[in-house]
Ligand binder design. Structure first.
Ligand code: IPE
Ligand code: IPE
Ligand code: MG
Length: 251
């Protein structure tokens, strides 16, 4: 229920034969959603987790191949300890339920980000979902957890520098593909569409390298209110764009 949202126009038709291969979402606005209802911020995170389930399932059903979500950034540790632990608790609960359903849904779940600061139990659940995912061929869902675009690029740069100083690589010969190969996203095509709900017009350290030529879709809708119809609006907007990659239209 979009309590405070203006009435939305009906969702436009989406051409299912021209879907983006990879959709990424900055799941933002949980706190404001809760505040507007006089609820604690953690209630917003719980509602956001439900929206994630709905939208991930919708993406799988319509045939999106890769779905990447920003769940917790390297900067989100600045939040009050109770909020951080509530978010981690929700993740824990989500993964336990997901593990039971993975066989049925055949969704491959991967994590992008440094998991070592997380509680050992949560790390073990992440490893377990990764292990179960091997061998599945369904949609790939990447959960960005303790993820930062700068942190990711820095780690890749360090790894390449180490290879160079060990004499394994020569700096002059390094290309973009070498850096991409050291990112969490290796083996995954760059996002075609990046969605940010909640009205903020910034990327907040999300997929900085990978989204060089992504199409952006910004909406005022808060993530817990984000619906399948809103997803259709994002997909239709994507389909209306001309992606030139610095070239000219082939008309
Ligand atoms: C996004 O919602 C969830 C996380 C960053 C973990 P927020 O908690 O940032 O919600 P707002 O932006 O305060 O409304
Ligand atoms: C980005 O949202 C991070 C996630 C959604 C996980 P934030 O709420 O942390 O971003 P800022 O602070 O508005 O830039
Ligand atoms: Mg936010």
């Amino acid at each position: 229920m979009a309590l405070f949202s203006p009435r939305r126009a009906p969702a436009p038709a989406v051409d299912m034969s021209r879907l983006p291969r990879h959709v990424a979402v900055i799941m933002d606005g949980n706190g404001r959603w809760a505040k507007r209802r006089g609820l604690p911020r953690t209630a917003g995170h719980a509602a956001g987790a439900e929206t994630f389930r709905t939208i991930a399932t919708y993406c799988r059903d319509i045939g999106i191949k890769y779905f990447t979500v920003y769940a917790f950034s390297t900067e989100n540790w600045k939040r009050p300890a109770e909020e951080v632990s509530a978010i981690m608790g929700l993740l824990n609960q989500y993964l336990r339920e997901a593990i039971e359903k993975m066989e049925r849904d055949r969704i491959r779940l991967h994590f992008w980000g440094d998991l070592t600061p997380l509680a050992p139990e949560l790390q073990a659940l992440c490893r377990e979902t990764g292990r179960i995912s091997e061998g599945y061929d369904g949609m790939e869902v990447n959960v960005c957890l303790n993820y930062g675009g700068r942190d990711e690029i820095l780690r890749a740069a360090r790894a390449l520098a180490a290879e160079c100083s060990a004499g394994l690589r020569c700096p002059e010969e390094l290309g973009e593909a070498d850096l991409s190969a050291h990112l969490w996203s290796r083996d995954v095509p760059d996002p075609d569409l990046v969605i940010r709900p909640s009205g903020e017009l910034r990327v907040s350290n999300f997929l900085l390298w990978q989204s060089a030529y992504a199409e952006y879709y910004f909406t005022d809708v808060l993530w817990p209110d984000f619906s399948k119809a809103e997803m259709d609006r994002a997909l239709a907007a994507y389909q209306s764009r001309s992606r030139r990659y610095g070239g000219v239209d082939g008309r």
